[in-house]
Design a protein around this ligand. Structure first.
Ligand code: DNO
Ligand code: MN
Length: 398
């Protein structure tokens, strides 16, 4: 008998219009959340963690995963204060462990977290999805941000496509594009102006991909032994999208990135959040193969799909649709679970969440976080749990 995946839902805390009560109706049993109000870099206090945990348990749910304990920019750019922030990070992990929460997701993207150019892309059935258009991003970079050296990042054809794209936008749409792209700035409600954002980008001028990789290694070598000691499993979330944007380096994008970061600091506490939506936005990422090869390091699953277009643009598709073969991914996850079961590992029940979902039906009446609708995610979760059950029954006839 192989344990089921733990079905979870992300919850943004008491201000989330998708309430714990609603989440319970989706059939999810687990919650993925964070203390979103604590500024990045500050220690999460034990008492506050416990209070939040009690709130979740009072609703009949369990807090399985923290997403995210964000990494302070000073750590990513090797700033003067990084050691202090690393120390704070460790204190937070220790407090989470003291409260009995042992899986922690984080990412190592400079400045921006997820990035999309359209937050309300309508599908033929009028569902709303998130979309990343390479022309729109280039138009923003070249003509709105007017980033010095942006020209070198796009070939002539891409530059022309970007110009064409920009020319058909009204000034209102240009503002909207800026807001959409800057919506992915994590840990802040601050709306950046273009000059402020440019300054922010400049702070990374000395951090190329190599430097960022070294800074990740420095972080891992300092934090992972402490996490191990505290019994906390760290799981890094891949870059979204998985390549450099706006001149910012990204080093958690490919299979070799993932295996390298594991190898620089091997430990059961140095693991992965396997996000099929993020990794799937690169056609050269072989997702089922990655699960097969890196499976034992996966502590947390984000399952969603993207539909890739010829120029690299993509939109968030149905969970079982899109460019990623979700059947093949799920099958290899289940085979990984089988290995864990045979090895007597205690982490066969990997937490998973449907990650994002479309806006559908009544979702349009709520001001939910981008990608975090109730019904759209419920639909994704329902499809994924059916897929899991079908494959498990077919493979093991149970
Ligand atoms: C996209 C989302 C991310 C994720 C953070 C984790 O795929 O899952 O925004 O929440 O990057 O740190
Ligand atoms: Mn994800």
């Amino acid at each position: 008998m192989i344990d089921n995946l733990i079905q979870t839902f992300r919850w943004f805390g008491p201000s989330d219009p998708v309430t714990l009560k609603a989440i319970r109706q989706t059939g999810a049993i687990g919650i993925v959340t964070a203390l979103y109000h604590v500024p990045v870099g500050e220690v999460w206090q034990l008492e506050e963690i416990q209070q939040r945990k009690t709130m979740i348990e009072d609703a009949g749910l369990t807090w399985n995963v923290v997403e995210s304990v964000n990494v302070h920019e000073s750590i990513k750019m090797a700033g003067a204060e990084r050691d202090g922030y690393i120390q704070n990070y460790v204190y937070t992990l220790q407090n989470l462990s003291a409260a009995g929460i042992n899986v922690v997701c984080y990412n190592f993207m400079p400045v921006l977290d997820w990035t999309r150019t359209d937050l309300d892309y309508r599908l033929p059935n009028h569902a709303s999805a998130l979309r990343f258009d390479t022309r729109a991003l280039a138009a923003f970079d070249l003509f709105i941000l007017e980033r010095t050296s942006a020209n070198g990042d796009y070939n002539a054809q891409q530059q022309e496509a970007a110009k064409k794209y920009l020319d058909q936008l009204s000034s209102e749409e240009i503002n909207q594009l800026t807001n959409n792209i800057l919506a992915g700035l994590p840990g802040t409600n601050k709306i950046y102006t273009i000059p402020e954002f440019k300054e922010y980008l400049k702070s990374y001028a000395d951090t190329n991909a190599n430097a960022l990789r070294n800074n990740l290694e420095y972080f891992l070598k300092a934090v992972i032994p402490e996490a191990e000691q505290a019994g906390v499993k760290m799981c890094i979330h891949p870059d979204d999208p998985p390549y450099p944007i706006l001149g910012l380096p990204r080093v958690v994008s490919t299979e070799s990135d993932l295996s390298n970061l594991i190898n620089v600091c091997p430990s059961s506490s140095n693991g992965l959040t396997f996000c099929t939506g993020s990794l799937g936005a690169r056609p050269d990422n072989d997702l089922p193969g990655m699960v097969e090869r890196l499976g034992k390091h996966i502590h947390f699953l984000h399952l969603r799909n993207v539909k890739l277009e010829a120029d690299g643009s993509f939109y968030e598709a149905d969970h079982l649709g899109g460019s990623t073969d979700m059947y093949a991914v799920m099958r290899n996850i289940i085979l990984e679970q089988k290995k864990r079961t045979d090895a007597g590992r205690d982490d066969v029940a990997i937490p998973m969440r449907p990650d994002h979902g479309h806006k559908l039906l009544d979702d349009f009446n709520y001001n939910t976080y981008h990608g975090y609708s109730a019904i759209g995610r419920l639909k994704g979760l329902a499809e994924l749990r059916g897929l899991e059950m079908g494959i498990k029954r077919a493979l093991f006839d149970r």
